[in-house]
Design a protein around this ligand. Sequence first.
Ligand code: BES
Ligand code: MN
Ligand code: ZN
Length: 460
Amino acid sequence: MIGVLDGEKIHHDIDGVLNGLVAAGEAKAKHRHLAVTHADGKRWVLVGLGKRDELDAEKVRVAAASALGRARELGAGRLCWEVPHKVGSEIAAAIVEGTLLSAYRFDRFKSKPPEDNGGPDALVVSAHDDLTAVVTQAQIVARAVNAARNLQNTPANEMTPRHIADAARGLRELKGVTVEVEGREGLQRLGMGSFACVAQGSAEEPALITLQYEGPNASGPLLGLVGKAVTFDTGGISIKNANKMSDMKFDMSGGAAVLGAMEAIAELRLPVRVVAVVGATENMPAGNAVKPGDVVTAANGTTIEIINTDAEGRLVLADCLTHAVNRGAERLVDIATLTGSIMTALGNTHAGLFASDDDWAAQVAAAATTSGETVWRLPLHDDYAKALDSDIADVMNVNEARKAGSSVAAQFLQRFTADVPWAHLDIAGTAWGTGKPYAAKGGSGWGVRLFVELARSLTR
Ligand code: BES
Ligand code: MN
Ligand code: ZN
């Protein structure tokens, strides 16, 4: 695999074959353009990377995905990528990420193994400098993203809250990681009436999962990551219609991203301290389910009038945020497939970013830019909070007007952040089916890379 940059010669040619291909116009610098030739007993894929001064990691991830697609058509088992000369290490990392993410397949439930297993058997990264560390780290991150995608794609009959908790417990084998799990009784004991009411109508035991990571020579603020892991969201008594309801197995994507991030951060041995809280439950209708009009009390004492049981994510997150604050989090980010409205606003390209603190918002946004998981900041405002004034309780979980649904939801969450600098990522549009060339179908693992970058930024 050789990248073609606009106006530049290919450095390691085979008797002029490769530059000849460029000169003939068969290989082009146009981004993602592909040309194939045979020389020196090997096959060469020339991949357009555009202009050098416009080159960034995301373009390279996408180009690497295209190149892998062609290599697979050619039946190549071993790939060698030549890193373009004089680029930053993020470009080599992007080659690894783009390749490993697009090689991902979820075929566990196919009774016959598909012919295309995603491939390749091996990826060799060729460069003038020693990139061992960069490549190893990128591989750790890509594998953690793919692990999150496995959690996402696994159907909800298997991916129950208990199964999410088991996945979290599996991280105990990583140095510096501790994992605690509380069930229904624990939620009651901790006064988490908000989280508990969502789980109330489900036969599956909910799981409040708390992970802690203490890196070597860790410094900086205690980072709190909070993830929504509703393993299936029927809407509850305010039941959803049947249209695409099967997608609601992905309503645990925030929790999957948090687990993937903890895996990567711990494997990378980043010198940071993290407390992660994942709230896992089903949201089911049942004879004993929470009903519209019920009032519950959250762990921080806030009373909530449940107007719509389908606005369950914020109820779970409310108590998980309080829990992260109680565990001493000094910076908070939550991640959740929270509102359909965010898809209306931003589609599948950006996640919604809401934040109570401009510096923290900027740090999260910078991590998003580096990771290629783009975000767009949307407003928090006291007027959105007023929309949730209840006649009989402190707050309602939704208002019937349904205007600015994502901002109103974020405003609800802010009540549970105890003034700790907090950012909220609404990933309902980006968690699956993004159509990105390296994550075309199913779960995208969105957020894992962003959280790794955020943790890295705390060490600088
Ligand atoms: N999990 C959904 C949000 C969602 C919807 C994510 C579609 C991805 C695709 C969430 O729990 C929900 O149901 N939100 C409601 C809130 C409403 C009742 C205020 C929504 O967005 O419709
Ligand atoms: Mn819902
Ligand atoms: Zn939901």
